[in-house]
Write a protein that binds this ligand. Structure first.
Ligand SMILES: [Zn+2]
Length: 245
């Protein structure tokens, strides 16, 4: 009997059965049963993604129907109580390829460009986690994200995605495009200005390599501290202190 769980570093994958919403086939897939919390020391790159220790972990974020190839986020499938080793076996595709199928499904069902961009971006990260080239993935993510940013009706955090777009351009070596996008990032992105300035300089210097975020930036971006009013108000005037004593 095969084990339902497998552990990769501190992450736990679980074999489960799900129903395809498109063709209703019940098939086996893996889902992330446990993800260790992020800390300021987690490996995060400047495009704001957490580096995972194995491509199977990222691939488990999506499920792919082996019968009709419908592929989307795992949350888009209903779980089925059938023991997973009795269900239809998962399609045998490379981890990153699942994200290509997710982009295809997104196109078929008319999903928004941002959703398609996020599948492509995850494909690029999964490819790198598998030791494969990410260039084609980044080009695809760039096309979809550009289309999402040009959609006036889309109300997402445009400024933060401008920054991501800058990173995509930088990583594919389009340094002019990268600078153009970094220049459109404002405080609504809720990103440290020094980070945006640093990445713009990296683009100007012609650096197309992935860059790890220092822990202080991971902390500032992913664990923002509540604003301490005492710090803003400054020390209380002496007269006030006297009154309260
Ligand atoms: Zn299906």
């Amino acid at each position: 009997m095969q084990d339902l769980y497998r552990t990769i570093e501190d992450f736990v994958l679980q074999a489960v059965s799900v129903t395809c919403p498109e063709c209703e086939v019940v098939f086996a897939t893996e889902t992330l049963a446990f993800t260790p919390n992020m800390t300021k020391d987690s490996a995060v790159e400047t495009d704001l993604h957490r580096v995972l220790p194995h491509p199977a972990l990222r691939a488990a974020l999506v499920a792919m129907c082996p019968a009709c190839l419908y592929t989307t986020w795992y949350s888009g499938f209903a779980e089925d109580p059938l023991f997973p080793y009795l269900a239809v076996a998962p399609a045998e595709v490379a981890y990153s390829k699942k994200f290509a199928h997710a982009v295809l499904t997104g196109r078929k069902i008319g999903a928004h460009h941002l959703d398609r961009a996020l599948f492509a971006l995850n494909g690029s990260w999964c490819a790198r986690e598998a030791g494969e080239s990410a260039d084609k993935w980044l080009e695809l993510a760039g096309q979809e994200l550009e289309a999402a940013l040009n959609d006036e009706s889309w109300a997402g955090n445009r400024s933060r995605y401008r920054y991501i777009m800058g990173e995509i351009c930088r990583l594919v070596g389009d340094f002019h495009g990268a600078v153009r996008h970094y220049n459109q990032v404002d405080r609504k992105s809720q990103l440290p200005k020094s980070l945006v300035d640093h990445q713009r300089q990296e683009a100007i210097n012609g650096n197309s390599r992935p860059v790890l975020l220092p822990p202080s930036y991971v902390e500032a971006i992913f664990f923002p501290k509540p604003i301490n009013l005492d710090e803003l108000l400054g020390p209380m005037p002496t007269s006030e202190l006297e009154k309260s004593s």
